[in-house]
Design a protein around this ligand. Structure first.
Ligand code: ATP
Length: 221
């Protein structure tokens, strides 16, 4: 019997990144190493369907993500959602990545456990798994209480084995614990709007741009 040898999975981490911070980067690095991924693509959304429009324009959020991952092996910025008009539906993003990667390459979509609990409200959510595995990032393994519809859907798709992400291009759900740093973009926007520093909460290259260009209301020098 021939066993197909697949290449290491590519993962996608979506978000508004308004702005990017270590709370985004640390989980991305833990996924990369913990799951033996080829790369994690950080995908800034243009118009997220499930939340308020980001406070800053796509080009700026993208540029800050690019500065954050510059020189970090395995992390890249992917701006396909910024190229598309209309709401940034994850299904469209995964389809377009699938097209780019071909039918065999394992692809993972990483999302927080809070987002996963609301998955049944997403645009054509049942189809997501046709294009990618789902990796649910938990805090210390806590998956919370899942709605019944999601629990039933999960029952024959969940795996506890990260190796399962390599043996098929898509179709499995893995819960994976990652660090949750006490940092949020909301907290950072608030600090900056009050003229306070966000140094240490984000890579120094991002902070330098924020400070030098007076972004997010931070007083310009
Ligand atoms: P905001 O405060 O504006 O709501 P945010 O800081 O939560 O933003 P997002 O861009 O919405 O950032 O998050 C993108 C992804 O990163 C989501 O999957 C989210 O669960 C995850 N994430 C954000 N902050 C953290 C954190 N501190 N620790 C772990 N994961 C995080």
């Amino acid at each position: 019997m021939t066993v197909a040898v697949r290449r290491a999975p590519v993962a996608v981490l979506g978000g508004t990144f308004d702005p990017v911070h270590y709370g985004h980067l640390r989980p991305a690095i833990e996924l990369l190493e913990g799951l033996g991924l080829a790369e994690v693509r950080l995908v800034p959304g243009r118009v997220p369907p499930h939340r308020a429009t980001p406070s800053r324009p796509p080009a700026l959020r993208r540029a800050l993500v690019a500065a954050a991952v510059d020189g970090v092996p395995g992390l890249v910025v992917d701006d396909r959602e910024l190229q598309r008009p209309g709401p940034s539906y994850t299904l469209d993003t995964l389809r377009s990545l699938r097209q780019e990667l071909g039918p065999e390459r394992p692809l993972c979509f990483a999302l927080g456990s809070d987002a996963f609990r609301g998955l049944a409200g997403w645009h054509r959510w049942r189809e997501l798994i046709d294009y990618a595995h789902l990796v649910v990032m938990t805090r210390a393994g806590d998956r919370g209480v899942l709605p019944t519809a999601l629990r039933d859907w999960l029952s024959d798709r969940e795996t506890a084995d990260p190796a399962a992400l390599r043996t098929a291009p898509a179709g499995r759900v893995l819960f994976h614990p990652v660090a949750r740093l006490e940092i949020s973009a909301t907290q950072i926007r608030r600090l900056l709007a009050h003229g306070r520093s966000a140094r240490g909460l984000m890579p120094e290259a991002v902070w330098r741009r924020v400070a030098e260009e007076g972004l997010y209301g931070y007083p310009q020098p």
